[in-house]
Design a protein around this ligand. Sequence first.
Ligand code: NAD
Length: 281
Amino acid sequence: MAKIIDGKAIAAQIKDECRAKVATLKEKGIGVTLAVIQVGNDPASSVYVGNKKKGCEYVGINSLAHELPEDTTEDKLLDLIGELNRRADVNGILVQLPLPGHINEDRVICAIDPRKDVDGFHPASVGALCIGQPGFVSCTPAGIIQLLVRSGIEIAGKECVVIGRSNIVGKPMALLLLRENGTVTVTHSRTKDLKAATGRADILIVAVGKPKMITREYVKEGATVIDVGIHRDANNKLCGDVDYDDVAPVCSAITPVPGGVGPMTIAMLLNNCVESAAQTI
Ligand code: NAD
């Protein structure tokens, strides 16, 4: 039976490390502050924002909540970002996505100072990752690397297959696995023979966005399977992109949903905020 990779425990470990770093920074007179901007009140976004605030509280990061009405203009949002960019006491700026349709997300992301881009979505951050320079890395894929490393799963030299090529998960995931010396294949909706590609994977990262799509036919015996998906099934129970009950018996390690990748995203966001503050020393 597969080893279950406990994302909740690993995320707790990272949060405790952040808490200790925040305390050390405070002793040196340096506070850590994250500004979180939410436009409108999409219920899912409100839950994510609430969890981020709770995470900040736990590690000792100040969180500044900017809750703006749905009809906020793009210019007003850009003005706020400009103001937060200029504030020396703000180390991280996070704009909760998705934004209402009348606001151009790319323009908003580009307006954030890359030194405060704790979500790692700014083109300068993505470019830095691509050419191996320092910069913030998108939290979910960064968290997946931590899950692998802290579970003792070696990446170097392994066949790593990523399903999905989104800017938030698939692409940065592939770049990070490459940085760790994996042999990386990226698959997507136009891949001709998905099973042939995934069947070669020693490490299979699934970010396809389709509930329980990945069954054991896609998985090599003994592979490590990381499930990024989050969905509710017909019984309103949380599930992932992987059919866990079908796949777990054939792989060597697997992340559950919930309790796998999910908790890592916030832990890495907090870690990025701490790193941002530490860089101001
Ligand atoms: P997305 O919809 O932007 O991307 C899905 C990708 O899957 C696309 O690149 C597409 O080409 C590919 N795809 C679609 N159908 C396919 C098929 N049949 N075969 C092969 N590839 C196919 O999704 P995303 O933002 O990358 O998110 C993926 C999943 O991860 C979603 O379920 C999302 O909710 C979840 N997610 C979880 C976290 C977390 O913190 N745990 C964070 C981000 C996203």
